[in-house]
Design a protein. Structure first.
Length: 203
């Protein structure tokens, strides 16, 4: 998936989730994807505005920075900040709910799972003792050890998760696929099913 677009007359590589566009390849129209323009003089001419060297945010999701020749330090910092901004923007509206059988009543627990089951388009990811289930912008996490502690069978619970899931992810292959995201999100595996949903349009 493309998280951000870099517009520059020289190629800039920020990773698989970012797209470089040469100014000559620009097309009319707007994009909802964040954009960063590289080059003070070029950006000012292209957008027809006077730039503030102290504020390199043009408007929401639109930024500019210097070229390396214009200001190497600011260029490097701004590009790094742009990458962080794009990764954080993707998950800013994502809610995480940890389902704790030790604290919830049986009725609360039953109702929550019934709601998850009926919502549809559920993507689940199993990693060791943790199960993460994602629907829309909500991620539900359960610790299998907690369920074993209250006397529930681990395998039966996994069968139940499989039954209500439209997609069930397992193994390390999915981690390799989303390695860049895991680095950006400090290895928070909870985001795996959400990223899969966004990337494959399972919504």
């Amino acid at each position: 998936m493309t998280l951000g677009i870099v517009i520059s007359d020289t190629e800039i590589e920020l990773g698989d989730n970012f797209k470089w566009v040469h100014p000559s390849d620009l097309t009319s129209g707007t994009t909802e994807i964040p954009v960063i323009y590289v080059g003070m003089e070029y950006t000012s001419e292209l957008l027809g505005i006077e730039l503030d060297v102290m504020d390199r945010c043009i408007k929401p999701d639109r930024f500019w920075t210097f070229t390396r020749k214009e200001h190497r330090t600011h260029h490097a910092t701004d590009m790094m900040n742009f990458v962080d901004y794009c990764y954080n923007r993707l998950i800013e509206d994502v809610k995480y709910v940890f389902i704790d059988p030790l604290l919830m009543t049986e009725e609360e627990h039953t109702n929550l799972f019934a709601g998850i089951k009926s919502s549809g388009n559920l993507v689940s990811y199993i990693n060791k003792d943790m199960v993460y289930m994602c629907n829309d912008n909500t991620i539900y996490g359960i610790n299998l050890m907690f369920y074993q502690y209250v006397g529930l069978d681990r395998e039966k619970l996994l069968v139940r998760v499989n039954a209500i899931s439209d997609v069930l992810l397992e193994g390390d292959g999915i981690l390799i696929e989303y390695n860049d995201f895991m680095e950006a999100y400090n290895e928070q595996l909870r985001y795996i099913p959400y990223l899969y949903s966004v990337n494959t349009h399972v919504t």
